[in-house]
Design a binder for this molecule. Structure first.
Ligand SMILES: [Zn+2]
Length: 284
């Protein structure tokens, strides 16, 4: 899933390649992707793209005061296309959700792999009209240490859930929360409101360092190469069974109904494996 660094890099890419161009036409290929009807998608046609930015994990294209807001969900992505075909795409077939044509014949496709569709497109007059944006907590790269400590102290629940809750702090998802907790040497199951002063400092510094580092690696990447760049920088996320780059211990996993987390026991949990209900069910 694209998180803060990837969405920020996509926004930067669009600032360089799309801003200043007229949005000629937007073709909807996946009817369920669009979540708004007023203004209609067609209202964007013929308007100049004047900006591209990010709210948490939402991408925001400013089209002369109207906003095309996109949430890429779990398996969505943006593909820059040169010389797009002019014929409208066939709806409901394949991964294409939305195709945006610019006045110079280039443009981009929003696509989503898999059968569970979550990619969401909004056309609004203000980004705050998107419910998911209105609910966002402070941005993970903007929040200062005092506010971060206050939010964590007020949260009863595990760190993994706290870091990925967009209403608490926005921009961090499943991958970077694993990476942040590994960098901070904290268990994903530790309670957010039970952190010591030292642990809070470590966690805050890890948020900054992990996201800044990922952003620097993504900067200047073409949209097509960002995913590979993200994967190459990961220490524990999606690395179950591989050695931890810090200590050499084996990276372990905890599975949930539709997601999983990865961690290093030596670095994060005093060497103890965390309970994994699915694994123990399988072994019973
Ligand atoms: Zn380790």
């Amino acid at each position: 899933m694209p998180e803060l660094p990837e969405v920020e890099a996509l926004a930067a890419f669009l600032r360089e390649n799309a801003v200043g161009h007229v949005l000629a036409r937007a073709d909807l290929a996946a009817v369920q992707a669009i979540k708004t009807f007023d203004p209609p998608l067609s209202a964007l046609g013929g308007l100049e793209i004047t900006g591209a930015g990010r709210h948490g994990k939402f991408l925001d294209l400013d089209v002369s005061g109207l906003h095309l807001v996109v949430h890429l969900a779990r398996a969505g992505w943006l593909h820059w296309r040169e010389n797009l075909p002019t014929a409208p795409p066939k709806p409901g077939k394949g991964p294409l959700a939305l195709r945006v044509h610019l006045d110079d014949g280039n443009g981009f496709d929003l696509t989503e792999q898999g059968t569970r569709k979550g990619l969401a497109v909004y056309v609004v007059r203000s980004p705050a009209e998107v419910p998911g944006i209105a609910r966002l907590g402070p941005d993970a790269l903007q929040i200062d240490r005092e506010d971060f400590a206050r939010l964590m102290a007020g949260r009863s629940g595990q760190l993994k859930g706290a870091l990925t809750d967009q209403t608490l702090v926005s921009g961090i998802g499943n991958a970077y929360s694993d990476e942040i907790l590994h960098a901070a040497r904290l268990s994903p199951f530790k309670m957010a409101d039970k952190l010591t002063e030292d642990e809070l400092v470590r966690l805050f510094d890890a948020v900054r360092a992990t996201l800044t580092d990922a952003l620097q690696r993504q900067a200047g990447q073409r949209a097509a190469t960002m995913k590979g760049e993200k994967r190459s920088g990961l220490q524990v996320h999606a690395r179950t069974g591989l050695p931890c780059p810090v200590c050499g211990d084996t990276v372990r996993e905890v599975s949930f109904a539709d997601t999983s987390l990865q961690y290093c026991p030596t670095c994060q949990t005093g060497g103890k494996p965390l309970a994994d209900r699915r694994m123990s069910k399988l072994l019973r």
